[in-house]
Design a protein around this ligand. Structure first.
Ligand code: MN
Length: 201
């Protein structure tokens, strides 16, 4: 199988009280797992399509592939973006870049918070590196794969699908997003920023 569910880098209860272990376990072991299964099964279906030379189902399969691979990628980043004892503010070049492209950390934080909170339906708020303009941007992603800038690399993502928070925060999405800021792993975000900056278009 091309894709596998990654282990979390911490215990399910490690992000409490900001994120309940019960919600996190369900999120990782059931929801994320479903995107891995979906990506693998869609790749198999596409092999069958090519073998039969019958592309009548291709449009739907391509959409399903994008949905599931993007879901797998975003969740894989999301778990690494969080860490027990995290939060605070970034340092070094990431901090400078945030100031340069958003004016201040507080202005960036407000934009990403609102991008996540105001998703209509299911989606994500994301800080991304855009390699053509070589700049940081905030994106509001619908589902896992809509409203994205081609080529942009997500480096900090907040999952605001209801499955991400409903067990813990019920309908109050904003409380979940605000809590996530307390467990952001800025070292991981900085590492992703440094790697993304090597890309060019
Ligand atoms: Mn999710």
């Amino acid at each position: 199988m091309p894709y596998t569910l990654p282990e979390l880098p911490y215990d399910y209860s490690a992000l409490e009280p900001y994120y309940s272990g019960e919600n996190l376990e369900l999120h990782h072991s059931k929801h994320h797992a479903a995107y891995v299964t979906g990506a693998n099964s869609t790749i198999e279906r596409l092999e069958e399509v090519r073998a039969k030379n019958d592309f009548s189902a291709l449009v739907g399969l391509e959409k399903t592939l994008s949905f599931n691979i993007s879901g797998h990628i975003l969740h894989s980043i999301f778990w690494q973006n969080l860490v027990p004892g995290g939060g605070g503010t970034p340092e070094g070049e990431l901090a400078s870049a945030i100031d340069e492209y958003f004016g201040s950390f507080d202005a960036f934080k407000a934009q990403l918070t609102q991008a996540a909170v105001l998703v209509q339906g299911s989606g994500w708020g994301a800080l991304a590196y855009e390699p053509l303009g070589k700049r940081l941007i905030v994106e509001q992603i619908y589902d896992h794969h809509g409203n994205l800038g081609n080529g942009s690399v997500p480096i900090l993502v907040f999952d605001v699908w209801e499955h991400a928070y409903y067990l813990h925060y019920r309908n109050v999405r904003a409380d979940f997003v605000n809590a996530l800021w307390s467990v952001v792993n800025w070292q991981d975000v900085s590492k992703r920023f440094e790697a993304a900056r090597k890309l060019s278009i």
